[in-house]
Design a protein around this ligand. Structure first.
Ligand SMILES: NC(=O)c1ccc[n+]([C@@H]2O[C@H](COP(=O)([O-])OP(=O)(O)OC[C@H]3O[C@@H](n4cnc5c(N)ncnc54)[C@H](OP(=O)(O)O)[C@@H]3O)[C@@H](O)[C@H]2O)c1
Length: 338
């Protein structure tokens, strides 16, 4: 039985960009499982942009993490003690145990993972929540058709890379937007996007227009900000815009700078019959997750979907890695190995 549970709690709420002092490392006793529960030793922790919303006090689709509470997060754990009939020590399971080395979880809330079927980390990325977000958002809302143009930013990350590759499987052209030449080259060469534009390029708008000579039919919105400004003039009639994330503004505090562009947006929505639809992936989980896991595993096996992971070693490095994620310092699905 391990003696020490290492965990990271929210020490204070950030104003703007999070800082290391907003997080606190603690050592506490390892909890004991009750009937129906298991004790997990966490092997991998997923770091995701949504965590920025959780550490804010602003009302959102999920409750905020309280000060002093363990940071939330998806995890892969190894069972070290079981009081549930479906699990034995040595089994691996997907859980939502947060930023800590050990956790007790109800056996009924866990999904068992087979490390021989796929690397365990993929349950947090391409075969997990981010991959599912891309799949459900693109296919249900975006509905790409053969020959159409699909644009997605944060294209080297787990959501964006899957969006572009699924778009190509469906016969569409995939145009990615990413930060810096290294990420852009990777997205083109390894994920097979048809074109990739660097959003730090001062000519972003002109280069994006040149990369989309037939306009944009689907824009999978991951970032907002100046990328949206470049995309917005290029929409075709009946373009679909799944609004998945707005990472460029997660660290913003106070009012957004003017001018108010809502009237211009509404005129385009009307005159081009645009469909803008926000979503949180879990809306589609019950109906689509099993099909997603089967289809995505098949695409990975046949080589039509590839993925990239960015593995950081050690729980104490999680805060710095998370701060970097919001600024594009990750390169691929960000995972902490404990
Ligand atoms: N709706 C849902 O249910 C749901 C579920 C999962 C994820 N999401 C959203 O999906 C998006 C992508 O998530 P992910 O896990 O795949 O993250 P990710 O791509 O691994 O990381 C976020 C990326 O955003 C880019 N970025 C940050 N600031 C930017 C800015 N100012 N302008 C342009 N790009 C910027 C950076 O890439 P570059 O270096 O390329 O700029 C960074 O690497 C996020 O907005 C996330 O919140 C939504």
């Amino acid at each position: 039985m391990p003696e020490d549970n290492l965990r990271i709690v929210l020490a204070s709420r950030p104003d703007g960009r999070p800082k290391p002092e907003n997080f606190r490392l603690e050592h506490v006793a390892v909890p004991a499982p009750s009937e129906g529960e298991v004790l997990l030793a966490i092997r991998y922790l997923s770091l995701d942009p949504y965590m920025r919303g959780r550490i804010s006090a602003a009302k959102s689709y999920a409750a905020s993490t309280e000060i002093g509470e363990v940071m939330t997060g998806g995890t892969v754990g190894e069972v070290v003690e079981s009081r549930h009939p479906d699990f034995k020590p040595g089994d691996f399971a997907l859980s939502h145990s947060g930023w800590q080395s050990h956790a007790v979880a109800a056996g009924s809330a866990l999904r068992k993972l087979d490390p021989k079927a796929a690397p365990l980390t993929t349950a947090l990325g391409v075969l997990g929540m981010p991959g599912f977000t891309a799949y459900a958002g693109l296919l249900t809302i975006g509905q790409p058709k053969p020959g159409e143009t699909v644009v997605v930013a944060a294209a080297s990350g787990p959501v964006g890379s899957a969006v572009g590759q699924i778009a190509r499987i469906k016969g569409a052209r995939a145009v990615g937007i990413a930060g810096g030449p290294e990420k852009c080259a990777y997205v083109r060469e390894n994920f097979g996007f048809d074109a990739v534009i660097d959003h730090r390029d001062p000519d972003l708008a002109a280069k994006l227009a040149a990369a989309c000579p037939n306009g944009i039919d689907v824009y999978f919105e991951n970032v907002g900000g100046h990328v949206w400004d470049a995309v917005f003039p290029l929409f075709n009639m009946f373009a679909r815009i799944p609004v998945c994330g707005l990472v460029a503004q997660y660290n913003a505090s106070g009012d957004f700078p003017g001018p108010d562009r809502l009237p211009v947006l509404m005129r385009q929505v009307l005159s081009k019959s645009l469909m803008i639809r926000g979503f949180i992936q879990r809306e589609f989980a019950e109906a689509q997750a099993p099909t997603f896991r089967r289809e995505m595993a098949g695409w990975i096996a046949e080589g039509s979907v590839k993925y990239k992971e960015d593995i950081v070693e050690g729980l104490p490095n999680a805060p710095e890695a998370f701060i970097g994620l919001l600024e594009g310092r990750n390169f691929g699905k960000l995972v902490v190995k404990l």
